[in-house]
Design a protein around this ligand. Structure first.
Ligand SMILES: Nc1ncnc2c1ncn2[C@@H]1O[C@H](COP(=O)(O)OP(=O)(O)OP(=O)(O)O)[C@@H](O)[C@H]1O
Ligand SMILES: [Mg+2]
Length: 354
């Protein structure tokens, strides 16, 4: 899939912009505060992921504007569609003129974002890696987002009961059913990621091995039995801590390199390259599942990469054949095939590469 055209009105610092995008690489440049990340966020909304994390959709409406923000995109490729989002206090979404949900937009165009915070994928907390797995699972398994939110609701309830000194036995069965389903999805995408990392190994400083460590659980093959057995084993600790200790909410994706954690062995630039390789592997997994090309939204994509790393990244993006939106504040870029866009004070225009 690709986004052929977008219309953006009163979104963040972008007052009004109509863009005909390149089907391949679109590089967004401009000084700090120009609106590059805001363009990526508009595409993030239009592809069903909402505002960037930490913001609510209502925050994206341009300050002092009247009537809210509006976004629209013409999508082309394996099928064509018109996607719209009107944002006031919340977002109203439309697909080909009919009201729809976020999940419908995610199935229409499969986008994957790489934001500065994703740098922490390699060395950050398990929550960052769980989020990364969740995004991929939500794209690959259509019911995933819904089942995950149900699971979280029950886990919160279990925590509430534990906190009040109750034995939450009646949550065990419902939690187990959802936990096993989520674990199966995560195990499958971890295997897919390992397979497709090979394809983008030029970006990797050294080979890395991926393993899903299931939260609080043992190593048994029968996930359901393992869940119940682990609950029994940790029942006393749960009671004392008041925290649910078994289940996907405590998973981690272990990334290791020659028997050490990748976060410990890689330098900052190497960690960035490894994180980019993981995003590329995710996109390959999505492409394989949907038989449709994903769209990549990459922010501050060249920072901390040396000349070789930038060259490899540009080559990888070109080879992928996917539509890419890459923002960078750098003015000197390696040569690339695609379109160069310049942003200044919320205005965007296509310019000729130097
Ligand atoms: N709701 C809003 N209304 C108007 N302006 C906003 C709103 N939200 C954020 N901004 C402004 O948007 C501006 C640019 O944001 P953006 O993050 O896109 O810049 P950028 O080009 O990515 O810069 P950098 O190179 O520093 O990453 C900021 O100066 C911010 O004040
Ligand atoms: Mg930015």
């Amino acid at each position: 899939m690709r986004i052929a055209q977008t219309r953006i009105r009163n979104f963040r610092n972008l007052e009004s912009a109509l863009c005909e995008w390149h089907p391949g690489l679109n590089v967004l440049t401009g000084p700090n505060g120009a609106g590059k990340t805001n363009v990526l966020e508009a595409l993030h909304v239009l592809t069903g992921w909402g505002a960037f994390s930490g913001s609510k959709c209502a925050d994206t409406v341009r300050w002092k504007s009247e009537g809210g923000a509006s976004l629209a995109a013409q999508v082309e490729g394996e099928h064509s569609a018109v996607v719209e989002a009107a944002i006031v206090a919340r977002a109203s979404l439309r697909l080909d003129g009919r009201a729809c949900r976020w999940g419908d937009l995610r199935s229409c165009v499969q986008s994957l974002a790489f934001l500065p915070a994703d740098m922490a994928l390699i060395e950050g907390s398990p929550a960052v890696r769980r989020r990364f797995l969740d995004v991929l699972c939500a794209l690959v398994f259509p019911l995933y987002a819904w089942k995950l939110s149900e699971y979280r609701r029950i886990a919160r309830h279990r925590r509430y009961l534990l906190g009040r000194g109750h034995a939450p036995r009646f949550t065990d069965e419902t939690m187990a059913g959802l936990a096993v389903w989520i674990w199966e999805c995560r195990l499958e995408v971890a295997t897919l990621l390992q397979k497709y990392l090979e394809k983008w190994s030029a970006l990797l400083p050294r080979k890395i091995a991926l393993e899903l460590k299931r939260g609080g659980a043992g190593n048994a093959d029968d996930l359901n039995e393992d869940f119940h057995r682990s609950l029994d084993l940790l029942a006393e600790r749960e009671r004392l801590s008041g925290v649910p200790l078994v289940g996907p909410h405590r998973d981690d994706l272990i990334l290791s390199c020659e028997e050490r954690l990748a976060g410990e062995t890689f330098s900052r630039g190497q960690r960035r390259r490894a994180a980019l390789a993981l995003i590329m592997a995710s996109a390959s997994a999505v492409e394989n599942r949907y038989r449709a090309a994903p769209v990549l939204l990459l922010d501050e994509v060249t920072s901390e990469l040396d000349a070789e790393g930038r060259g490899i990244l540009m080559n990888s993006l070109r080879e992928s054949g996917w539509q890419v939106f890459a923002a960078t504040a750098e003015s000197s870029l390696p040569d690339f095939d695609g379109a160069l866009w310049k942003l200044e004070n919320g205005k965007i225009e296509r310019v000729e590469p130097k």
